[in-house]
Design a protein around this ligand. Structure first.
Ligand code: TRP
Length: 328
């Protein structure tokens, strides 16, 4: 079975932006691939943080992933720092990654511009990401478009290592391909291009139906549609129509489209229908989250089992890598 790997920052509880942008896809893929999903706490420490906060956010993210439907019986869910081979392989990869490749990474340039002092770890962030992926010899990496450049770098690393240490014609590391998430980036409820917790324009995955409705009701729609009798254009309704596409059945999406254009439905009707679709998908997630909150040992057990599966593969890769490099 082909193998996939993906990582997510420990940003705390999932919101519907990162759920739709990544995790929902992972849940769908876990039965088709041998899957490794990792909460990347080592990546998170490349920017300012406090230890207590990181511990909490890591735990919340892991719990959200399980609640969202990642099933420890089908895939490995684990925390990066519990598998020491990630950093071990990263050091090795640092020695075969051209500095220029790192300096031209867009995400590095953006993040560096916002720091007073830029640490080496921020520059080397994508090398750790390459180690994450290649440690499991993953063929594909389900990610959003923002990670395409990092994936390219992972392929450069794989190629460089193979060229230097694998026999001619028998590459050891596969060149991992990005497997782009079907859902395009979802705009914030306020119409801002980015849905993000810090902008307070998102919906938490575990919010109650009432809380969700309180956020949907005032969310932006087609700005040209002022009166309920005005015909609407779903293409200009960036938030609500996009969310329908993500949460509603194709039949409902078609109905919304017709009723918006003909003004048979006002925006509130459309939002009510969306609210129903969201409840249908999110209620089981909330129920699972509640079960995990009542029994935190379930989360510990899932993460330990995930780390164990990960370590078994990681140890094998490291053995091969070290032998090939004269390190064992
Ligand atoms: N850089 C990714 C992000 O910010 C997180 C990540 C770390 C990752 N390691 C990874 C994603 C490996 C895919 C594969 O979203």
């Amino acid at each position: 079975m082909a193998r996939i790997f993906s990582g997510i920052q420990p940003s705390g509880e999932l919101h519907i932006g990162n759920y739709l942008g990544a995790v929902k896809n992972w849940v769908a893929l876990q039965s088709q691939f041998e899957s490794f999903f990792c909460v990347v706490d080592y990546h998170a420490i490349t920017v300012a943080y406090t230890p207590e906060d990181l511990r909490r956010r890591t735990r919340e993210m892991a719990t959200s992933l399980l609640a969202a439907g990642l099933d420890p019986a089908q895939c490995a869910v684990f925390v990066q720092s519990r598998v020491p081979e990630h950093t071990e392989l990263q050091w090795i990869f640092n020695t075969i990654t051209p500095l220029g490749e790192l300096e031209r990474q867009v995400q590095f340039k953006d993040k560096a511009a916002r720091q007073e002092q830029v640490m080496a770890g921020l520059l080397n962030y994508p090398v750790l990401q390459a180690a994450d992926i290649l440690l499991y010899l993953a063929d594909a990496v389900p990610v959003g478009e923002d990670q395409v450049q990092h994936l390219e770098l992972s392929r450069v690393v794989a190629r460089n290592w193979n060229a230097r240490f694998a026999p001619e014609g028998a590459p050891y590391f596969p060149e991992p391909q990005a497997k782009l998430t079907p859902t395009r980036r979802i705009a914030g409820l306020d119409g801002n291009a980015k849905m993000s917790k810090s902008l307070n324009n998102t919906i938490g995955l575990l919010e109650t139906p009432d809380e969700i409705w309180a956020k949907l009701r005032p969310a932006v729609t087609d700005p040209a549609r002022i009166k309920k009798t005005d015909a609407g254009n779903p293409d200009n309704c960036r938030v609500i129509f996009q969310l329908h596409r993500a949460f509603s059945s194709p039949e409902m999406v078609a109905e919304v489209e017709t009723k918006c254009r003909s003004a048979a439905w006002g925006c509130v009707d459309c939002k009510k229908a969306l609210h129903e679709s969201m409840n249908a998908e999110l209620t089981p997630i909330r129920t699972r989250a509640q079960a995990l909150a009542d029994q935190p040992s379930l989360v510990d057990a899932a993460l330990e089992a995930g780390a164990e599966k990960a370590r078994a593969v990681a140890a094998q890769t490291m053995r091969h890598v070290k032998e090939s490099m004269g390190l064992a």
